[in-house]
Write a protein of this length. Structure first.
Length: 141
């Protein structure tokens, strides 16, 4: 299976169990080896800045962003990412326990690059990211 081991997967989810299960799954499937989690969406931009300061290339980032979070939901967080001049081009795949079409459409309308229903399998992950231009380029190389 093709992998994205040179990518940095940044997962934003307030549910520790979801983070643990996703980390375990993507590593088990050989998809990715750099996995960063953030439980507080309001701290995401700070976390991205810290990763860059630590020497991780912004071009390696892929964000998995949960929609349903208590203080700031994923839609609001996505708006903040897209409005930020340094982070607006980072690919963002929205996560939800729901397959509600309204959530999917809103995700894409706000600039989301993909949508996954939790829990997801490796083939669903690749289906969600394969048409993101930067990711597609990595898969082809």
């Amino acid at each position: 299976m093709t992998n994205l081991t040179d990518s940095t997967l940044v997962m934003v989810d307030d549910n520790i169990d979801e983070i643990f299960l996703t980390r375990r799954q993507v590593r088990k499937d050989g998809i990715i080896n750099r996995f960063i989690s953030e439980k507080k969406p309001e701290k995401l931009l700070e976390t991205l800045a810290e990763l860059i300061e630590a020497g991780i290339e912004k071009s390696s980032f892929l964000i998995l962003l949960d929609i349903n979070m208590p203080r700031i939901n994923g839609f609001e967080t996505l708006k903040r990412i897209r409005a930020h001049p340094d982070y607006k081009d980072i690919p963002v795949v929205m996560l939800s326990a729901s397959d509600d079409e309204a959530d999917m459409f809103e995700s894409f309308d706000l600039g989301g690059d993909g949508y996954l229903v939790k829990p997801f399998a490796a083939d669903e992950f690749f289906a969600a990211v394969e048409n993101i231009p930067r990711i597609k380029k990595k898969l082809i190389q």
